[in-house]
Design a protein around this ligand. Structure first.
Ligand SMILES: Cc1cc2nc3c(=O)[nH]c(=O)nc-3n(C[C@H](O)[C@H](O)[C@H](O)COP(=O)(O)OP(=O)(O)OC[C@H]3O[C@@H](n4cnc5c(N)ncnc54)[C@H](O)[C@@H]3O)c2cc1C
Ligand code: FES
Length: 504
């Protein structure tokens, strides 16, 4: 297994990348895209093909965010189930969602073909299976709902072929790919087509006046644009509104070899909550089985290694013995309260757009979001836009909204409680803990050489208490998902500023 430390490396990170440069001066463009993951680069593609002058800005590196940590299933079955989507949003919206997701998979395939991107794209069957007979009813109901949403050819099976499971659904014509090979090829094609790609350029403010958008970078540069798109996974243009409608969850993945022919080249996921998700990445000598799941609300538990072990036990029970784990990593997904992500005009703005709330299908919703945003900005409409509208309120999801937001007040209250350890001396090398120091709650980490790194425990976004994540050695905020390095630097938003440094 690769060493757990700093941020765990996913198997995709071996792909080479075109490098961007940091923005060095002020800039004027038609479209400023903030974030260079699948949502941002797909957005840049959609606007560039409409002939707009586009620049992309990333706080880190191109495709260094959650797209580098995905498991890369390309499926258009809803991971909240179409039966739930129909209950919450009605059959018409479920159908629009289905069409947008299907179009997203087609778009990735077309782009890979048109641009000659060798990214292991393959059409494969997807199987949703009941982990036990008690979920057979759910599977049968889902078949009917999926067909109402648009899946004409979903088949009901007595079990996953060759495995002792409950009933299963087979969705033909889903897909898988290597996400970073794809984004590497896409970034190269964009750069060749005149799109400017900037790395190490954090955008810290979005303002709109008289139809013109002005962005400010952390380095002090100003970018003027007709349109700006926040494709930062968690929207950094918005302080609270959208963050109350989606909740951050961490999910875990490992990859281990299986002999060729042992597991078919398909996508699999089950009905447990949280669900397990499985696929193959073919290699020359053998295949890698990629297994994910064991999700939890971000920042509330600190047992990543146990979760990877539990995933392995689960996978071996279903697929038989696996080779040594070669990669293990985790990442964050945002669960929208009403089963559909947010993509479209940012509430209160005319020319600032947002793509977020990805859930476990953020690759396809990121691509669909890009198509929606470009159509709205260029033609003023898109048939899928109402389904993804960032300003919507779904009354039927009120219970979920209240449940997810109750955690914020609970976390804030932790500023007043004692620490996890009594003194700095109680923190072992490689460990982090919260404690009270000079009357304040601080987050302290001792590195492998014994040096202490102390920062304020108050999240720089809206003040919740951060918690140590020993699996990735960083500080996670449970409220809206910001993640900070042990030195306090921002790894993931919505926070824009580091955690304040503190002395022992
Ligand atoms: C373990 C795991 C498994 C998953 N499996 C699947 C799957 O099988 N299928 C699927 O469809 N989805 C899956 N997902 C979800 C999917 O991978 C993500 O939703 C998707 O990759 C998010 O893409 P993005 O472009 O929105 O964000 P990212 O890839 O995170 O890109 C956002 C970029 O914005 C940049 N940024 C942030 N703040 C700023 C700022 N202030 N200024 C400039 N840049 C900034 C970041 O540096 C980053 O590069 C999975 C996710 C995880 C974690
Ligand atoms: S992410 Fe919002 S308070 Fe931390």
């Amino acid at each position: 297994m690769n060493a757990i430390g700093e941020l765990s490396r996913s198997l995709w990170m071996e792909a080479g990348f075109p490098r961007g440069r940091a923005l060095a001066g002020n800039l004027e463009v038609d479209v400023a895209v903030v974030g260079a993951g699948i949502a941002g680069l797909s957005t840049a593609y959609e606007f560039a093909r409409l002939g707009r002058r586009v620049a992309v800005f990333d706080a880190g590196t191109i495709a260094g965010g959650m797209t580098a940590r995905t498991s890369a299933h390309l499926s258009y079955e809803s991971d909240d189930y179409y039966q739930e989507l129909i209950r919450l949003r009605g059959e018409d919206e479920a159908r629009q969602y289905f069409q947008s997701q299907k179009a997203a998979v087609d778009r990735i395939e077309q782009i890979a073909l048109r641009k000659g991107i060798d990214c292991d794209f393959a059409r494969v069957d997807g199987y949703l299976f009941a982990s036990g007979a008690s979920d057979n009813g759910l599977i049968e109901k889902e078949r009917e709902a999926a067909m109402r949403a648009g899946f004409a050819d979903v088949t009901l099976l007595e079990s996953l072929p060759g495995r002792a499971t409950g009933k299963a659904l087979r969705f033909p014509n889903q897909a898988r790919f290597h996400p970073l090979k794809y984004l590497s090829g896409l970034a190269t094609a964009l750069a060749r087509g005149g799109v400017a790609l900037y790395e190490q350029t954090r955008i810290v403010s979005f303002r709109e006046k008289d139809g013109q958008v002005t962005l400010q970078s952390a380095g002090g540069q100003t970018i003027r644009a007709g349109v700006a798109v926040a494709a930062t996974n968690s929207p950094v243009n918005d302080f609270v509104a959208i963050h109350t409608k989606q909740a951050p969850y961490r999910t875990y993945v490992f990859a281990a070899p299986v002999a060729k022919g042992t597991v078919p080249d398909c996508l699999f996921w089950d009905t447990q909550d949280p669900y397990h998700y499985v696929r193959l990445q073919p290699r020359q000598e053998d295949d890698l089985l990629i297994v994910g799941g064991e999700d939890h609300k971000s920042g509330v538990v600190a047992d990543g290694e146990l979760r990877i072990a539990a995933l392995r036990d689960w996978a071996e029970e279903l697929f038989g013995p696996l080779g040594e784990t070669e990669f293990a990593w985790s990442g964050q997904v945002y669960e929208p309260v009403d089963a559909v992500p947010f993509a479209g005009r940012n509430p209160g703005n005319d020319n600032i757009y947002v793509i977020t709330g990805d859930s476990g299908e953020g690759l396809t919703t990121g691509v669909a979001g890009a198509i929606i945003v470009a159509a709205l900005a260029q033609q003023g409409q898109c048939p899928w836009a109402p389904v993804y509208d960032p300003g919507r309120k779904t009354v039927k999801a009120l219970g979920e909204f209240i449940k997810e937001n109750a955690g914020v007040a609970k976390d804030m209250a932790q500023h007043l409680t004692g620490g996890e350890v009594a003194s700095l001396a109680d923190i072992a090398p490689g460990q982090g803990a919260l404690l009270r120091l000079h009357g304040e709650k601080v987050a302290a980490y001792r590195d492998d050489d014994g040096r202490l790194h102390i920062v304020s425990a108050s999240c720089s976004h809206a003040g919740c208490v951060v918690h140590f994540n020993p699996f990735e050695r960083c500080w996670d905020c449970p409220c809206h998902g910001s993640q900070f390095g042990t030195d306090g630097q921002v790894l993931a938003g919505p926070a824009l500023k580091p955690l304040a440094s503190r002395q022992a």
